[in-house]
Design a protein around this ligand. Structure first.
Ligand code: SF4
Length: 108
């Protein structure tokens, strides 16, 4: 006995679903690329995280929690999530995304 139940989708439905999935993937990809670009750009300006309070070893982005990474921000989830939020904010306001970290810092 076969348990192979197939859910029938019309060709139109399949195409719509595919187009939607592609669009979502594109959006994610664009955000990822922009975040990577911002990190790369930030690295040309800052050896340590721009939001790292060296004196007190605290993180400005978390409003004063201790930075657990000694200011190494390239893979810091807090830094990445900050960029993620910025991306969303700028896109929602339909503004141009800056291509340089300094320009982003000026917008904040
Ligand atoms: S926790 Fe991350 S964002 Fe905060 S200062 Fe440290 S490296 Fe920077």
């Amino acid at each position: 006995m076969s348990t192979n139940k197939s859910v029938k989708m019309s060709e139109d439905e399949i195409n719509k679903a595919l187009a939607k999935a592609e669009k979502e993937a594109e959006k994610k990809d664009h955000k990822k690329q922009w975040i990577e670009r911002m990190i790369k750009s930030a690295k040309t300006y800052y050896k340590l995280c721009p939001y790292y309070d060296k004196k007190n070893t605290k993180c400005f982005l978390t409003l004063g929690d201790k930075c657990q990474r000694d200011g190494k921000y390239e893979t810091c989830p807090i830094f990445i999530s900050f960029l993620d939020n910025k991306y969303q904010e700028i896109v929602n306001k339909k503004k141009m995304l800056p291509m340089d970290f300094q320009d982003l810092a000026l917008m904040t």
